[in-house]
Design a protein around this ligand. Structure first.
Ligand SMILES: [Cu+2]
Length: 338
């Protein structure tokens, strides 16, 4: 059995009655968009002030369990509202949103709404549209949403993104895109440079040895559980140092959207690997027409093996080499022990 700590998440396609046989182009005009699910993270709650949706976002140090258990890892990151990535903001095209932001970080920041068309004062770039938000300070963002699509939020201060500060921002269209999807998921891709005897990311490193899907690495990422016959959309967002070729086993998908825009159907492309570039979002859709536990993973070799940078050990090398959570002393240069 291969005990390599491969990064992956499983996509379980479960049999549940008859396969409906939906065609790819079957549309449901006027249907309401299904909510987006961000497994292992959840949504940022909101209240109403009149017609304004009010969210409360807090940037703060967090302890993020990347892989639980005695062989697992917990990282000291910066996140939002208790997790890294932060909770997903979901709203509708045409909404007015107010985001009350509190900076509980030990340094100044500003929150950028990546891809949103809004006034310069709301763009979240300290020193240009607004003053830096100092530790302990509050800043209130408020703007109207005139687009729909897959967006995200992150600080616009050097390297704060590389220690966890990212969150999804989904704007639903007034009428669901056709064809209707049964499941809609968001997966936030983040990567960290954390050596075996540390819990703090080195944001200046150029070798990022941990990749996370919604803050978890394999085998801890929660599977996407899908019924046989479901049409599924998966949205990826990437805020890291690498572009991630995300590969899906067993299915051929359509790439239907990219950051901030649904593509016209004539521009959709067919494939099984979607390259999610830095600062990009990509939407894919497919029909789950066969059962199984299907892999969904980044295909960069280092990103299939967490903590690849300085150790490959007994988990992959028949009892020799270094365990995935041992010290640096035992591990350097053990790649070709066999
Ligand atoms: Cu990758």
């Amino acid at each position: 059995m291969n005990h390599r700590r491969a990064f992956f998440t499983k996509l379980s396609s479960l049999s549940a009655g008859l396969f409906a046989g939906r065609s790819l182009l079957a549309a449901t005009p006027g249907s309401v968009p299904v909510p987006v699910t961000t497994l292992d993270v959840g949504d940022l709650p909101f209240t109403f002030d009149g017609a304004v949706k009010v969210f409360h976002l807090v940037a703060e140090p967090v302890k993020q369990v990347i892989v639980p258990g005695s062989m697992g890892r917990t990282f000291d990151l910066w996140g939002f509202n208790g997790s890294a990535p932060g909770p997903t903001i979901q709203a509708n095209e045409g909404d007015r949103v107010r985001i009350v932001f509190d900076n509980h970080l030990p340094e100044a920041t500003g929150i950028h709404w990546h891809g949103l068309e809004l006034p310069i004062e709301m763009d979240g770039v300290p020193g240009i549209g607004q003053k830096p938000i100092m530790p302990g300070e509050r800043f209130v963002y408020e703007f109207s949403l005139q687009q729909n699509g897959t967006f995200f939020y992150h600080p616009h201060m050097a390297m704060q993104e590389m220690v966890g500060l990212l969150g999804g921002f989904i704007i639903h269209p007034k009428i669901a895109h056709a064809p209707h999807v049964d499941k809609d998921y968001l997966i936030a891709l983040q990567e960290y440079a954390v050596l075996p005897n540390s819990s703090i990311p080195n944001s200046m490193n150029m070798e990022f040895n941990w990749l996370t899907f919604n803050g978890k690495s394999g085998p801890a990422a929660t599977p996407l559980v899908i019924r046989l016959g479901d049409r599924v959309r998966v949205r990826f967002i990437n805020m890291g140092m690498d572009h991630h070729p995300i590969h899906l086993h067993g299915f051929t998908f359509w790439e239907t959207g990219r950051e901030g825009a649904r593509q016209q159907e004539s521009a959709w492309t067919r494939g099984n690997t979607v390259l999610v570039g830095v600062a990009q979002g990509k939407d894919i859709e497919f029909v789950a027409d066969r059962v199984g536990d299907w892999m969904l993973h980044c295909h960069l070799p280092h990103h299939m093996m967490n903590q690849m940078a300085s150790n490959v050990g007994p988990m992959t090398r028949a009892g020799r080499g270094m365990g995935a959570v041992a010290g640096m002393e035992e591990g350097m240069g053990m790649l070709f022990v066999c």
